[in-house]
Ligand binder design. Structure first.
Ligand code: PEP
Length: 250
């Protein structure tokens, strides 16, 4: 069975000490469920703390929020794939809207990161999504398709290791969420793009992200096209995050 993914993106919150305390509280309420995995994307400085405090929990994966594509060198402030792996990362976010829109990262850079991650044995979680102007201009599917283009040169075998998160930019941190039906339309389009490249249905997991909270998560994860969620703000409270990761699926 393909597991659903409930992923927490802590962004620039939660240092190493706070992360240890978070995990302790989270685990006190957490019960593993066989249909899902829980992923954490802490800050780079808290990566090792989260990896160590969840060690031995097969249902928990720890990832890094960003990597550089070069293996090493004079790149002050950057983190290589192997450095992230050494600190316990098994996955990485790539193409998050804050990387694209705040830090100006391009599709080309995103593509290089995807390649470097796959070569280094980490799972890229590629984030795609349109701005409000693009949605209102009817460009949602074409924008998402352009962003998926960074996977275009991958072999089917490599594509199997990629996770995709559809995160409409207008829904991130705003309190506005796509309806399950809106998300399903885009997810179905992404799935079609993947099957056109030889991937069987159900191999790649496609998550939804954008203002997912305790009060709306159930309808989203109960939508069959949605294979999990990527959660920012609402993943910062350990007890509420524990409750979200236990959400029943209808
Ligand atoms: C995110 O950071 O990927 C995200 C979806 O944030 P939020 O849940 O706060 O909208």
């Amino acid at each position: 069975m393909t597991h659903m993914i409930f992923a927490a993106n802590w962004k620039m919150h939660v240092g190493a000490d706070s992360a240890r305390a978070f995990v302790e509280q989270f685990l006190s309420k957490h019960r593993p469920l066989e249909d899902r995995d829980v992923w954490f994307f802490p800050s780079a400085v808290a990566l090792e703390a989260v990896a160590r405090s969840t060690d031995g929990r097969r249902e928990i994966t720890v990832g890094v929020q960003n990597v550089h594509w070069e293996p090493k060198g004079a790149f002050t402030g950057e983190l290589s794939v192997s450095m992230a792996a050494e600190s316990g990362a098994r996955a990485a976010l790539v193409g998050h809207s804050e990387r694209r829109h705040v830090f100006g990262e391009t599709d080309e850079e995103t593509g290089r990161k995807v390649k470097a991650l796959l070569e280094g044995g980490l799972i890229p979680m590629l984030c795609v999504g349109e701005t409000i102007d693009q949605r209102e201009g009817g460009e949602t599917l074409s924008v998402v398709e352009r962003q998926l283009g960074v996977l275009g040169s991958l072999h089917t075998e490599e594509l199997r290791h990629v996770v995709i998160a559809y995160e409409p930019v207008w829904a991130i941190g705003t309190g506005s969420t796509a309806t399950p039906a809106d998300a399903a339309e885009v997810h179905a389009h992404i799935r079609g793009w993947l099957t056109d490249r030889g991937l069987e249905r159900g191999v790649c997991r496609i998550l939804y992200g954008g203002s997912v909270k305790l009060n709306n998560i159930r309808t989203l994860v109960s939508e069959p096209e949605i294979d999990g969620v990527l959660v920012g703000g609402a993943s910062l409270d350990p007890l509420s995050w524990a409750a979200m990761t236990q959400t029943p699926i209808d």
